[in-house]
Write a protein that binds this ligand. Structure first.
Ligand SMILES: Cc1cc2nc3c(=O)[nH]c(=O)nc-3n(C[C@H](O)[C@H](O)[C@H](O)COP(=O)(O)OP(=O)(O)OC[C@H]3O[C@@H](n4cnc5c(N)ncnc54)[C@H](O)[C@@H]3O)c2cc1C
Length: 320
């Protein structure tokens, strides 16, 4: 069976969940083969994890280039492995970096690319990807008609499923092309201890309805009870109540969690564009006519400062 290359995103020696989702999807369209780049001493553990989730083969490449330069070394490696393995498709996570890597790999391979897929299935002419477009008003199914399909997939498209496979490691020597942007300094981001917004299975977001920066306290408390990430509408972010990095929407981050809770958010089209593909949507808004109620699975008409603390207390009580 033809190999489906999966670029394994990892941090601090741990495989990120979206990479396990890609391996799960890859099994539908061929034989998953993981590509682990720049993992250093953690490479063996990462390869083993990829094997647990269905990778028959794991291509491992190391080198200071992966840490010292941006994007291009990964493009060099992925394109060279795809050619050598005669891969049937290349899957990459739809992060900012992932999409840049994928676009450059597609260019190197002379292939078509599909970005931000939310589902993947086998088709007669190759893998068929589903995209959710125009603020999630339409589902589009498409396939690459030229070259090795390069597809980026949004986090949370599928639940990762373990499926032990050989995970046979093949060490690869990459011919680096150089000419890359070089990292000159790094500043660790202050961690909130919460999951990464775009990868989180649950997101709790606050909007202008929280009234002030302090109003996000009830949003954070619910998020922490649920083990969720915190999002914000642009109105809340522009007011300076929450960091720009947490903005959800057309000009913010695109999220697609299992559960999205919108508190004090009206549901403007630009906000919907970033969250409408969430599997289950819950809104709390004191205005029964708020547009957000048009797309929710569950809606609560009420004051968020009354509803959220009750919800938090109930979640904590059930968790015990
Ligand atoms: C080019 C462009 C790009 C944009 N990109 C984005 C984007 O990426 N993300 C984004 O979010 N927006 C974006 N916007 C802005 C968008 O149009 C809306 O202005 C914004 O989403 C409104 O945010 P909001 O729902 O928090 O505020 P509002 O529209 O003011 O809604 C606040 C809601 O809170 C409710 N409320 C008030 N008090 C309470 C309470 N105590 N309890 C419960 N409910 C309460 C109100 O009934 C109301 O429905 C963009 C706009 C443009 C023009």
């Amino acid at each position: 069976m033809a190999e489906i290359l999966v670029l394994v995103d990892h941090a601090d020696g741990v495989v990120r969940k979206p990479a396990l989702e890609l391996l799960t999807l890859a099994r539908r369209i061929g034989e998953p083969a993981a590509v682990v780049l720049g993992a250093g001493a953690a490479a063996a553990d990462i390869a083993a994890k990829a094997g647990e989730f269905g990778a028959a083969k794991v291509y491992v490449a190391d080198g200071a280039e992966f840490a010292d330069q941006l994007v291009v070394p990964k493009v060099d490696a992925l394109a060279q492995i795809a050619k050598a393995a005669d891969a049937a498709a290349v899957l990459v996570t739809s992060s900012g970096e992932g999409k840049e890597v994928a676009a450059r790999v597609a260019l190197r391979l002379g292939s078509g690319i599909i970005t931000d897929a939310v589902d993947l299935e086998a088709g007669d002419g190759g893998p068929v990807a589903t995209q959710s477009v125009f603020a999630a008003s339409f589902q589009v199914k498409s396939r690459v008609s030229h070259g090795v399909p390069v597809i980026t997939v949004k986090p949370n498209a599928v639940a990762p499923e373990a499926a032990p496979a050989a995970g046979a490691v093949e060490n690869v020597t990459v011919a680096f092309t150089g000419n890359a942007a070089t990292v000159v300094a790094r500043t660790p981001r202050v961690s909130s201890g919460r999951p990464e917004l775009t990868e989180a299975a649950i997101v709790v977001s606050g909007g202008r309805g929280v009234g002030a920066a302090e109003g996000f306290g009830v949003v954070e408390e619910l998020a922490d009870a649920l083990g969720a990430a915190v999002g914000a509408s642009r109105a809340a972010v522009d007011a300076g109540w929450y960091p720009h990095t947490n903005q959800v929407g057309q000009t913010g981050k695109q999220v697609s969690p299992q559960l999205y809770v919108a508190a004090g958010i009206s549901g403007a089209i630009q906000h919907r564009a970033g969250m409408q593909t969430s599997k289950t949507i819950v809104a709390i808004n004191k205005d029964p006519e708020a547009p957000i109620f048009e797309l929710v699975d569950y809606g609560v008409v009420g004051d968020l400062f009354t509803v959220l603390p009750q919800l938090t207390a109930e979640v904590k009580a059930r968790k015990g």
